[in-house]
Ligand binder design. Structure first.
Ligand code: SF4
Length: 208
C-alpha cells in the first residue's frame, strides 16, 4: 500500500469525526491493490466486517468475491471499501452527516488509486458518489462520469441475498464491467496497472 494510502488507513483506524466511532469494534478502511483498476464502494461495514476490520467478509462479501472472479479477477486485484468506514449500530443506514464526515477518506482513496472504474454498490453508495437523483434500480449497469472518474452503479451484492432474481442482473452487470475494462485497455485482468504504458493511464486531477 502506498504511504499516502497507508496514512489514510491509519487515520481511519483512529478517527472520531462522527458518532459511529463510539459503537464500532474496528474501523474498516478498505483493502486491496493500491494499483487497482476497479474500486468497489459499498454502504458500510456490517457485523462481520466490524469484528474483523475488513470489508465485505460476510455472505454479501462471499458473493462479491464470486462476482469478481466471474470476470477473471481476484479480490487482491481490486480495492474494496465503503462510504462509511465504521459500522452503523444495528446496521441502520448511515446518516447524511456521517457520510459527509467520512467522504474525504473515500475521495482520497479514489484519487490516490486512480482506478479505471469505480463501482458503486447499492443506492447509498450511488447517491453519495453521483447525487440523490440516482439509484441502483434505475442506473445499474449504466456508465456514468463525475469529473474524470467513470462510475458504474450496481445493485449491492446483499440485494441478491434477499431477492434471488437479482442475481442474474448483477452477474450481467459484471459482464458489462468487464467489457468497459476491455474498451479502455488491452484487457489482461491480472496485469498490474503500473505495467501499462503511461500514456494509457487515466488521469485524475480533480474530483467533481
Ligand atoms: S465513519 Fe468515518 S468519519 Fe465516522 S468515525 Fe468512522 S472513519 Fe471517522
Amino acid at each position: 500500500m502506498s504511504s499516502e494510502l497507508q496514512l489514510i488507513h491509519s487515520e481511519v483506524l483512529e478517527c472520531t469525526k462522527c458518532e459511529l466511532h463510539k459503537s464500532r469494534t474496528k474501523a474498516v478502511p478498505g483493502e486491496g491493490s493500491h494499483d487497482a483498476r476497479i474500486i468497489f464502494v459499498g454502504e458500510g461495514p456490517g457485523q462481520n466486517e466490524d469484528e474483523q476490520g475488513r470489508p465485505f467478509v460476510g455472505a454479501a462479501g462471499k458473493f462479491l468475491t464470486e462476482l469478481i472472479e466471474s470476470i477473471g479477477l481476484k479480490r487482491s486485484n481490486v480495492f474494496i471499501t465503503n462510504i462509511v468506514k465504521c459500522r452503523p449500530p444495528n446496521n441502520r443506514a448511515p446518516r447524511k452527516s456521517e457520510v459527509e464526515a467520512c467522504n474525504p477518506y473515500l475521495l482520497s482513496q479514489i484519487r490516490l488509486i486512480n482506478p479505471r472504474i469505480v463501482c458503486a454498490l447499492g443506492t447509498p453508495a450511488i447517491t453519495t458518489l453521483m447525487g440523490d437523483e440516482y439509484s441502483a434500480s434505475r442506473h445499474h449497469g449504466k456508465s456514468l462520469t463525475k469529473g474524470e472518474v467513470t462510475i458504474l452503479p450496481m445493485y449491492h451484492p446483499a440485494a441478491a441475498l434477499y431477492d434471488a432474481s437479482l442475481k442474474e442482473t448483477i452477474f450481467h452487470d459484471f459482464q458489462l464491467l468487464k467489457q468497459m475494462l476491455e474498451n479502455t485497455e488491452t484487457f489482461n485482468p491480472s496485469t498490474p496497472k503500473s505495467s501499462e504504458p503511461s500514456g494509457s493511464k487515466q488521469t485524475l486531477e480533480k474530483w467533481a
